[in-house]
Design a binder for this molecule. Structure first.
Ligand code: DGL
Length: 247
C-alpha cells in the first residue's frame, strides 16, 4: 500500500527574486516535496551590505524557516552562501544547501574566464578559494555593484542598453553568473560578451536532490509552492512565468 503521509517542506531563501530559478529547477526534480520561498525584497541588494548586516538578516530568516521544521533549506543566493553558510550550518540542524559560482565548468571550457558577482561575493574568501582551486590560473572575478538591484527593480521591462552599461568591459571566453539574479539576463550577457555563460543552477539542483535522498512517500498529487515573505505578488508572478516556460 502507498504511504500518504504529508510531504516535507523545503525552504528557499534569497534576498529577492534571484532564487526563483533554482526553486523552479529543484521543484521539478522533487515533486514529492512542498516548497516555501522566503525573500527579503526590502533589503535587496544584499551584495552591497556589510558582512554583519547580511549575517543578521539571514539569521532572522532562518529563524522563521526553522519554525516550519523544514526537511532542508536552500540558500538560493551566492552572496549569503559566501558570507554565512558556515555560521548558518553551525546554528541550525536541518541540512543547508548553498549555491556557488560555477567556476569549475567555466574554467574548464578554456580561455579567459570572468566571474561576475555582487561586491560581497567578489570579495569573499570562499570565492577566492574556489578560483584558486578550479580557476586554472585564467579566472578573474569582477564585482557588478548595480546589476542585481537593476534586475530586481526592472525584471518585467529590462533595458538591454542599460544592462550593457552595467557590465564590465572586458574580453572573455566564458562568463560565470555568480549571482542568481543574473540568470534572468543570461542571453543579454551572452550577447554582450559573445561567449557562453555558466551558472550554478543545474549543479546545485542535482546536489540538492542527492542530499534529500530517496523520497519518503509515494503519493503526492499536488505540489504546494508557497511564497511566505517579501514581495509575494511579484515572486509568484515570476515563478508562474518560469513554470509555464519550462524547456
Ligand atoms: N541573488 C543574490 C546572489 O546570488 C544576491 C543579490 C543581492 O541581493 O545582492 O548573490
Amino acid at each position: 500500500m502507498e504511504k500518504s503521509c504529508p510531504p516535507s517542506v523545503v525552504c528557499f531563501f534569497d534576498s529577492g527574486i534571484g532564487g526563483l530559478n533554482l526553486l523552479n529547477a529543484c521543484a521539478r526534480l522533487r515533486p514529492d516535496c512542498d516548497f516555501a520561498y522566503f525573500s527579503d525584497n526590502d533589503n535587496v541588494p544584499y551584495g552591497n551590505l556589510s558582512h554583519d548586516k547580511i549575517l543578521s538578516l539571514a539569521m532572522g530568516f532562518f529563524g522563521k524557516m526553522a519554525r516550519l521544521s523544514p526537511r532542508a533549506c536552500v540558500v538560493a543566493c551566492n552572496t549569503v552562501t559566501a558570507e554565512c553558510i558556515d555560521k548558518l550550518r553551525q546554528q541550525f540542524e536541518f541540512p543547508i544547501i548553498g549555491i556557488q559560482p560555477a567556476v569549475k565548468p567555466a574554467a574548464a571550457f578554456g580561455g579567459r574566464c570572468i566571474v561576475l558577482a555582487t561586491p560581497a561575493t567578489a570579495a569573499s574568501k570562499s570565492l577566492s578559494s574556489l578560483v584558486e582551486r578550479y580557476g586554472r590560473g585564467n579566472t578573474e572575478v569582477i564585482a557588478c555593484p548595480e546589476l542585481a538591484s537593476y534586475i530586481e527593480k526592472n525584471i518585467f521591462s529590462p533595458d538591454k542598453r542599460r544592462i550593457f552599461g552595467l557590465l564590465p568591459r572586458v574580453k572573455a571566453q566564458a562568463i560565470v553568473l555568480g549571482c542568481t539574479h543574473y540568470t534572468y539576463i543570461k542571453k543579454t550577457i551572452e550577447e554582450f560578451y559573445n561567449c557562453p555563460t555558466f551558472d550554478g543552477t543545474a549543479g546545485t539542483a542535482a546536489h540538492f536532490d542527492k542530499i534529500l535522498g530517496k523520497s519518503d512517500h509515494l503519493t503526492h498529487t499536488y505540489q504546494k509552492i508557497s511564497f511566505l515573505s517579501g514581495n509575494i505578488a511579484v515572486n509568484s508572478r515570476i515563478y508562474r512565468f518560469l513554470t509555464e516556460n519550462r524547456t
